[in-house]
Design a protein around this ligand. Sequence first.
Ligand SMILES: C[S@@+](CC[C@H](N)C(=O)[O-])C[C@H]1O[C@@H](n2cnc3c(N)ncnc32)[C@H](O)[C@@H]1O
Ligand code: SF4
Ligand code: SF4
Length: 345
Amino acid sequence: MTANLRKAASLAGRYLSPGKPHHAQWLITRKCNYRCVGCNVWKEQDERELTATEIKKGLDILKELGIVELTISGGDPLLRSDIAEILDYASERFLTTVYDNGSMVTKKINTLRKVDFVAISIDSLDEAKNDAIKAMPGAWKNAMNAVDVLQKEGIQVAVTPTISQKNLYEIKDLTTYFTERKIPMWFCLYSYDTSVDSKQLFRIGKANDEFIITDKEAMVELCRQLGEMMKKNKNILMTKKLLKALQGLYEPKEKRIWKCEALNQFLVVDHLGRISGCHNHNFAGSIFDLSTQWSSDKFRTLRKIYHDCTQCNYLCYIAYSLYGGPKSTIALAKDQWKNAALLFK
Ligand SMILES: C[S@@+](CC[C@H](N)C(=O)[O-])C[C@H]1O[C@@H](n2cnc3c(N)ncnc32)[C@H](O)[C@@H]1O
Ligand code: SF4
Ligand code: SF4
């Protein structure tokens, strides 16, 4: 069996086993070379981080636990000098996505050859506007060049704008622009730290009035438009159910059609190996104790608390929660198989 087929078979086995978490986000560094206005990470950088050997040990634990899909983020993960070792190890075990702001791709192109997706964040087609959001001159050129280089090199690239009031009216055109060039789109939704827990594991952003979506009608319309576009466009990496959940948040009478599955279907790991259900809560333990902690009373209690929590709109968490139950997992697994050509090229 080829390595890709072995990986596919192993992933499918994990996907279809019930009662296991399938998604993890590992924020492997807090270092960043950009100064994005809506992001808090660069304001609270931390030189400390796990070694590649420790991360590899943690990845083994995540695989054992049932994780299928791994997102490697930060900070900017490609700033780590040992990123090649980490990505190779992760890509052999998980459906692996790595996020980059676009600044490091050309320098580190060889480290990206095995990953399933490289997600490049671009918030606007307007260069000046994008660079103002990223607070970094040259950010737009870097990111557009990164997308181009990845596509030419045959590495699966996706573009991920963060939807906010700043770029809400541009998302449709941004989506058309990239998907016409056969580049898949995934979306982040601007969010900010809530007061769920004063000791949040990972502080992503403080509330910023310019970014918070106030034109709710336009957001509902955007969801409708993306739904229409998806009928003909396979490169919009959303599902109908996810769009419905998103739209519900902005309807005149807010609807949350999902219950949060943090620490049940998904978990986050920070740069020091601390884990939590989501980045909005204090850490619940260490990745290195995860196997024993997973079935503990402490985790059972936390799951119940998270299940009733309605404190965030973080799009990845909504997706992971929606695809939590065994039936949804099978539906998602089928979807992934339909996209097998994209995933296991
Ligand atoms: C935190 S960054 C880390 C990876 C990398 N540095 C990058 O910018 O792609 C991951 C994603 O989160 C998005 N992001 C930044 N601030 C955010 C916020 N306040 N709410 C939601 N997403 C945010 C970024 O635009 C990016 O797409
Ligand atoms: S969004 Fe990414 S590139 Fe921008 S400051 Fe945050 S971590 Fe850095
Ligand atoms: S809704 Fe879930 S993911 Fe969001 S803050 Fe609450 S527990 Fe965390």
